[in-house]
Structure formats: C-alpha cells, structure tokens
Design a protein around this ligand. Structure first.
Ligand code: LLP
Length: 425
C-alpha cells in the first residue's frame, strides 16, 4: 500500500480530499485518517497470513469507525482495558474475536471481559490465574494464553522493548516462572490454555528477532508437551511491525515477514516433533500509522541562536512520541506551492516547555510563514490514543477521508468539555 510517508511538499490531498480544505472545514490541529489505506493494510495482512488469526492492536488507534473497518476486513481485536473492550463492544465488534492483554488488569477489566465473553485472556502474572478462574462459572470455561518473555531484545526504542527480562511484561522462560504459570493454568478446570503469547517490542524493522522468538516459543511448547502431554493449538507472536516515518527509512514488510515466520515455524515444529500451531499476530502501528496525517497551522516563525523555529498550534499534547521516544517525523508544507528552496527548521508545539519539539532539524521551504499549513505524515498510530489535555489545550478532532469526502469521527475537545470534568471547589 501507498504510505502517507511519500507525500511531497505542496501535495494537496489524501483519500481524494484536499488537506487545505479539510483544515479550513475542521480547523487545526486535526488528525486525518484515510479509510481506504486502513482497509488496504488490513487486506495486505489477511493475504500475507491467510492461515493466521490477525488481531489489530486497538491501543494504536481506536474509535467506532475503526472498529467497524477492522470488523468488516475480518480481523480480530487486541484490547488492553475495559475501556477499549467497552468501546469495541458498543461499536458492535464480536467479543469472542477479542483478546484481552495487560500486565495489571483491574477488577473491572476482568469482570467486563468475562461478562461480555471475550475470546481469550492473556495471563501476565501468576496471581491473575486464580482471579480469572474465580470469575468463571460452571457453564463456561475461559480461554487463556500465557505471556512469555522469550529473551529477545528488539524494538525502536528502549521504552518499547518488551522481549527481555528486565521489563514488566510476561513470565520468564529462564527462571521457570512461565512453566510454573502454564502448569497452574492447566490445573484449573475452568480455564482452557489455547496457547502461548509473546510480544517482543514495537517499531521493529528486522525479521530476525521474530525468528529467534519462534524457536524459543516452540521449544517451550515442546516442553509443555513433554511435561503435561498437552499440544497447544496456538502461538501468538504479538505485534511490533515497524513503519517508515520518513522517505527511505526501513519498514517491516508483512509479506516478507509472513514468509520467513511460516518457514521458521514449520522448521522448528519439525525439529520439536510438534504439529504446526495456528499463528496469531497483533499488528497495531503497521495498520494505523501510515494511514494518518496530522494537520497544523503555523503560528510563529523565528530565529533563535542558530535555529529556525516554526511553531504550530499543536504539539506534545497531540503527539508525545518525539518527546517520549525520540521519534522522527517529516512535516510537509501543504496548501500552497513553495517559492523558496529548503532550509533546516525545527517544528515546535505551543506547550510550555522546551521539550515540546515535533520535528527537529527538518527541511522546510525557506518561505515558511505564519498561516501556513503543515502536514505530518504517518501520524495514524499512538497519537490520537496517547493525546493529553496538557495546558488545557483540547484534543484535536479525527476526520476520516474516503472517496473524495471527509467526515468527522471524533470531535474536537472543547473548553467546556475540559471544564465539565472539574467538579470540585
Ligand atoms: N500486542 C501487544 C501485547 C502489545 O503490547 C502491543 C503494543 C501490540 C501488540 C502492538 O504493537 P505495534 O504493532 O503497534 O507495535 N506508544 C508506543 C508503542 C507502545 C506499544 C505497546 N504495545 C509508541 O508510540 O511507539
């Protein structure tokens, strides 16, 4: 699929809709989501992994329309809170095609999951096993998986690496806590262990760590077979497939990943003497990120020291990723054709701290001026979902574009919204 990463300066439309008109109609800052690109990415995954269960990781970006698109494209849903579960359920998504994650599931998370009948729950700590079992009735066994730490270091930034021992997720393979949890689950008559899960990290652009994870997970499945005589039908490898934010950056190609994973899984299972389990994958970013564009209006341009600062009407409240992970974006001038060549600029937000930088040292046309529109491509994942109300700047709207028309999915958060939650004094 075509990614918004390839938009040139001056490019006017996404999904057949002019970005400049979208900015005029819905005001800025705003997020724009290309429905067709989301659907195309879902189809690419379904085609690349025809025998696997592809779950979209809702944490990347969730709203009712997104739930509907994911459902219509035949994917399942990975949710990690009662809130995500509730929204997906309210939008009509079948709970049995959802998987619940979380290292610290609240009583409400678990109660909601069992009440709605979520497909599988991924166990992340020993104490959770009895908590889930206590909520099941005699009539219904709950399907669970156990999250394992395969000891693989991968991911675009230290804060999103989850495959190694020194982080909070999963149960260790090396100290026996994964094996112990598996035995406990197998001992609970109200729980059905469907398989093992791992998620090694996020924004991974190399296939190799996934292949190592497959070998280790199949090794563990073989030990489960030896010790308990149980053949587990599923292996969930999580998500983490990396995307390019700037032209020329690497991305993980789902088709190449599928080919290598399937081959490795078959080979590892042959060595272990196990039947090949059904694969489950959980891409979030790879489906949502390339389909989104963030739109900002330039409010101020100035030189300070050696830097040309271009300040826009959003910032770290609508995109905390540069501040949190050092994420790099490539803003483009849109809505007019530039009349000057590129200069190095630093695009900053409107928030009251110096770390509120959206894109440091990026090329922008030298005639950039207040009133200009900037578009930040590949803004569809972990931006809407991680937005905050810092400085009581309301969160931006989400606009879907499709076949030449734009429609509002999430409205702008107003000052009244922000005031209404404040019930004290
Ligand atoms: N499955 C599990 C269990 C996960 O924890 C995650 C992401 C995913 C799937 C989806 O990963 P993806 O395919 O989207 O990489 N806020 C960070 C990313 C945190 C990812 C957390 N877990 C960011 O903006 O980069």
């Amino acid at each position: 699929p075509a990614s918004t990463a390839r938009l040139p300066h001056g490019h006017l439309s996404v999904g057949g809709v002019s970005l400049a008109e979208t900015a005029d109609r819905f005001d800025t800052p705003a997020y724009v989501v290309d429905e067709n690109e989301i659907r195309t990415r879902c189809r690419t995954y379904r085609a690349a992994f025809p025998a696997a269960d592809v779950l979209y990781a809702a944490k990347a970006f969730l709203c009712r329309a997104m739930v509907r698109w994911i459902d219509e494209e035949g994917l399942g849903l990975d949710v990690c809170s009662a809130g995500e579960l509730d929204l997906a359920h309210a939008a009509g998504f079948p709970p049995e095609r959802m998987v619940l994650h979380g290292n610290a599931k609240s009583p409400r998370d678990l109660a909601t999951a069992l009440r709605l009948g979520v497909g599988r729950i991924v166990v992340d700590s020993p104490s959770e096993i009895a908590r889930i079992a206590a909520l099941t009735g005699p009539a219904r066994r709950q399907k669970v998986m156990v999250r394992v730490v395969p000891g693989v270091a991968a991911g675009g930034h230290e804060k999103i690496r989850t495959g190694t021992e020194d982080q909070k997720f999963g149960l260790s393979l090396t100290d026996g806590s994964a094996q112990h949890a598996i035995a406990r689950v197998l001992g609970q008559s109200s729980l059905e262990l469907t398989g093992l899960h791992c998620h090694i990290g996020s924004q991974i652009t190399d296939v190799k760590p996934y292949l190592v994870a497959v070998r280790r997970m199949v090794g563990l499945m073989a030990r489960v077979h030896e010790s308990h005589g149980v053949t587990l039908p599923e292996l969930d490898l999580g998500g983490g497939h990396g995307v390019a934010h700037r032209p020329g950056e690497p991305a993980l190609d789902p088709t190449a990943l599928a080919r290598r994973l399937t081959a490795e899984l078959a080979a590892s299972c042959a060595v272990a003497g196990l039947p090949v389990p059904r694969l489950v994958i959980e891409p979030g970013r790879a489906i949502a990120a390339p389909a989104g564009v963030a739109l900002y209006r330039v409010l101020a341009v100035k030189h300070t020291g050696r830097t040309l600062f271009v300040a826009v009407d959003g910032g770290m409240s609508d995109n905390p990723r540069p501040a949190l992970y050092g994420a790099r974006y490539a803003p483009r001038l849109v809505g007019r054709v530039p009349t000057a060549g590129p200069v190095a600029a630093t695009v900053v937000g409107r928030h009251c701290e110096a770390g509120d930088v959206l894109a440091a040292d990026v090329p922008l046309p030298g005639d950039v001026r207040p009133g200009d529109l900037l578009a930040v491509p590949v803004a569809g994942a972990y931006q809407v979902s991680m937005a905050s109300a810092y400085n009581l700047v309301g969160r931006p709207p989400v606009v879907a574009v499709h076949g030449g028309t734009a429609r509002l999915l999430i409205r702008r958060e107003t000052q009244e919204d922000l005031r209404r939650r404040d019930v004290g004094a």
